[in-house]
Ligand binder design. Structure first.
Ligand SMILES: [Zn+2]
Length: 182
């Protein structure tokens, strides 16, 4: 479901990918307001990849996005706790689950390799979800959809009527593709 908040992110991404991002200057007043409180309307769960910064790819200022990033964009207990803070305390009404092309964690799972010992368990979890995907691109789509469905099933997401959307960020073009429900 595309609401006004997501439409705003789509517009911001169009500015970003076309090289016309909004010149951002922060004033003392901005910092004074940041010092007191925050009012993001949307939370973004995505990967830690250094080529992906939600505030930049959606052309949003500080204070506008509540961002949760970890390698592979996992929805584990810690991530769910962060999301619950965004929804139940900060009153974010929308959550974006965003995978990306060339994701190292998904690529490792697709190739059945383990980058580090500590990453073994998460990578095996991705392997189980993606099965025998024919390509990394397909595997990223499957993994992102899985995380999206899990996010939709969280009790506080349902109880607060939060809009959840899934998207794939294309590292090579800067484009964010929002995936519509079937
Ligand atoms: Zn990644």
């Amino acid at each position: 479901m595309i609401n006004k908040i997501i439409e705003n992110l789509i517009q911001g991404n169009r500015r970003f990918e076309s090289g016309s991002i909004t010149p951002i200057q922060y004033t003392q007043e901005d910092f004074l307001s940041f010092d007191k409180e925050q009012h993001p309307s949307v939370a973004v769960l995505t990967c830690s990849d250094s080529r992906l910064s939600p505030n930049i790819v959606f052309d949003q200022k500080l204070g506008e996005l509540f961002v949760i990033q970890n390698a592979g964009a996992f929805l584990d207990d810690t991530t769910a706790a962060s999301l619950s803070f965004a929804v139940e305390v900060l009153k974010c009404s929308t959550v974006i689950v965003m995978g990306h092309t060339h994701c190292g964690a998904v690529s490792a799972a697709h190739a059945h390799t383990i980058p580090t010992t500590t990453l073994a368990s998460p990578v095996h979890q991705i392997e189980r979800v993606i099965g025998s995907s024919e390509s990394v691109t397909k595997a990223v789509a499957t993994w992102t959809d899985y995380t999206y469905q899990k996010t939709c099933d969280l009790s506080f997401i349902k109880e607060n009527n939060v809009v959840v959307a899934q998207a794939i960020y294309d590292i090579g073009s800067g484009h964010v593709d929002f995936i519509q429900d079937m």
